[in-house]
Design a protein around this ligand. Sequence first.
Ligand code: ZN
Ligand code: ZN
Length: 225
Amino acid sequence: MSKPQKINERVFLVGGPELTDSRDCCVYLVDGGSELALIDAGVGASCGEIVENIRKLGLDPVQLKYVVATHGHIDHIGGLHYFQSLGARIVCHTLEEGAISEGRPELTAAWYYNVKYQPVAADIILKGEEETLPVGELTLYCLFTPGHTPGGISPYLDVAGSRILFGQDIHGPFDPSWGSEMNQWKESMRKLLGLRADILCEGHFGIYTPAARVQSYIESYLRQY
Ligand SMILES: [Zn+2]
Ligand SMILES: [Zn+2]
């Protein structure tokens, strides 16, 4: 297992295919000082390693206040139950509750990964276009970006003049069986371009920076679809 990776002074990669389980999405940690937040939770098989990576950064997993589930696919939500049992509050959009709270297999795509999903009741259910979560001294903005799935969200934050965007499944894949909708997705990608992020933390492919590279990454998928 490799070490957690520093992305900037407040954001770290603590899980992902290169770090923990090969099926995990990239799992990012936001350090707000007195409180921590995770962006997504991985497939669920490596939660202990994710916690260990938080410790390796010199941070205390007890301070984990939120896990923000960007959407309801199993490689992003399998670990939610574990982190909720540690005391973290689970955050998701109401349109992902069919996956996250009910565990409907056609929505979680758990069949694809051949894992069993343990549903969780979300603690904070987002409904608006953009909602904010305080994480210690930082503010995490949760932007509604449907398309890949019906209730996808893209969290972002500003740290020391840099805007960091968590765009977990910009690249798709798209499938009507789990509610993909391409016109919504295009509109969401335009919203992400409008953020003019300096660093993109992607859900499977890692980190893109500087801003021009973030823009061209998103634009390349807009051209493709
Ligand atoms: Zn997905
Ligand atoms: Zn994914």
